[in-house]
Design a protein around this ligand. Structure first.
Ligand SMILES: NC(=O)c1ccc[n+]([C@@H]2O[C@H](COP(=O)([O-])OP(=O)(O)OC[C@H]3O[C@@H](n4cnc5c(N)ncnc54)[C@H](OP(=O)(O)O)[C@@H]3O)[C@@H](O)[C@H]2O)c1
Length: 233
């Protein structure tokens, strides 16, 4: 299996589209897509596309990239799409009227919302892929010692991380659940699930709201210029 990893920072949708083009040019098959990308900023930043940065990076990048690669992934079936969410999803609320925190911003609320959006996206993707041999699952990696959020941490992070550091997983340990979802033979037919601590777990109640998922999908598609989950011609 060829492995390919994006190494340049993505800060615009044009870069996501370039990344997808490069992947499609280099990879005749895509057996596994792991959407690991994520970030946290305590203060509100806006991307070159004019979108709030956490929502743009944590939700819209996986949404757009997956959709741009979906035909290749489907033609490579059996295949798996894995999206790294967080237990922060449990505190998330999707504010369709203000997805980008334009009227009131909190880094924690933006992050929780985006991690819930990862789950709604995963469940909706699994429904859309029903009947194919492509699965879609999401996961919480655990508390992992990385530089996550270090650029612009919130007060809670500044206080808690030093205390929690001895109990955090190594980056390799944090990747274990993603890798298991990517390769475990016993999970090849499992789709539309959220995993934490090595097993399926119920996610936030609103993550099972199919109407909300469809509305978020449509809104996300509009924000990245896709029609019905496919790139506009
Ligand atoms: N750390 C935790 O305790 C924890 C807990 C729950 C969930 N998570 C989730 O786990 C995932 C990985 O986070 P991490 O802890 O490993 O943090 P990290 O070390 O900061 O890695 C973040 C990931 O996002 C990528 N990334 C960040 N900004 C990017 C950008 N502008 N363009 C392209 N890629 C970008 C990074 O790529 P590079 O490697 O190239 O920098 C890396 O793959 C995230 O989705 C996060 O929400 C983490």
């Amino acid at each position: 299996m060829a492995k390919w990893r994006c190494s340049s920072p993505i800060s615009s949708q044009a870069q996501v589209r370039r990344l997808a083009e490069q992947a499609l040019a280099r990879l005749p098959r895509i057996d596994v897509l792991i959407n690991n990308v994520g970030g946290y900023w305590n203060t509100r930043h806006v991307t070159v596309d004019g979108l709030e940065r956490i929502f743009a990076l944590d939700h819209l990048v996986p949404f757009l990239l997956t959709n741009l690669l979906l035909d290749r992934i489907t033609h490579s079936a059996p295949a798996r799409v894995i999206t790294v969410s967080s237990n922060a999803q449990a505190m998330g609320r999707i504010r369709l009227d203000d997805l980008q925190g334009a009227s009131a911003y909190s880094g924690a609320e933006a992050y929780n919302q985006s991690k819930l959006a990862n789950i709604l996206f995963t469940y909706e993707l699994a429904r859309r892929l029903a009947g194919t041999a492509v699965t879609a699952n999401a996961l919480h990696p655990g508390l992992v010692h990385t530089s996550f959020g270090a650029e612009d941490p919130g007060r809670t992070q500044r206080l808690l991380v030093p205390v929690l550091r001895p109990f955090m997983k190594s980056p390799a340990g944090g990747a274990a659940m993603s890798i298991r979802l990517a390769v475990a033979p016993e999970l090849r037919h499992v789709s539309g699930r959220y995993f934490a601590r090595g097993r399926p777990k119920r996610s936030a109640r609103s993550s099972y709201d199919e109407t909300l998922a469809a509305r978020l999908w449509q809104t996300s598609a509009n924000l990245v210029g896709l029609t019905l989950g496919r790139r506009q011609s």
